[in-house]
Design a protein around this ligand. Sequence first.
Ligand SMILES: [Zn+2]
Length: 235
Amino acid sequence: MKRFFTLLLSLTLLTGCSSLHSHQWNDANYQQPSTCSICHETRGLPLQADFDAYGITAFVTTGQSAAYTTRCQEEDLSAEGTFTVSDHQIIASDSNHAAVTGYNWHIITMTIDMEDPNSNEYGFLYNYFITDFYDIAGFEMSYKANESGSNSFTVNYNGQDYDKCLCQSVTSSSNWTKKNDGFIKTVTIVMNILIPENYDGIVIGVRNSALDTEGKYLFNEYYSRDDFILYRVDG
Ligand SMILES: [Zn+2]
């Protein structure tokens, strides 16, 4: 009987404790569900990422190559090549990358090797892009091209807007050099991306230049699996 009373007393105390406040629910964000700011109880789920909502799933990893199909420059013909993410460095700062508290620089090197006969004869086009896994529209509306060549954007991470994000791209290409019966050219794209520490939402890559994007502004409006190679910037 004594044990029964003790148990009853504890239950009463627990109930009484939670009635001391009414929950103050913060909005859910892409990383966390709605959370009470007083007791940290959660309800529901984090917001659904746009890439999950649209079923965009295929990513290459660092060091991995993938077949790249694009369009010839001088004729409406396809050209086949190879896309590789050859390097991904993460640093707080160096002599070319100024430190920003709470952010890291991601320096990602991507290459496109083209050697098929169509590209040898008619040249080739390529397109690269940057978008956001969680909030495509929010990313694209915040993205601003600056005169310095350093583009700025905002991402929301753990419910907080980070508006000091930057993306600077440098592209270069080799001359056509003899290989087997034809020629090969390599395009190198280095993207320097400043994002919050541990943020895993930036997606970069290349797309088929034959893809018609006219009148379409958001990534999900013109994405098709066969025309894109995606790389997720995490870590
Ligand atoms: Zn609460």
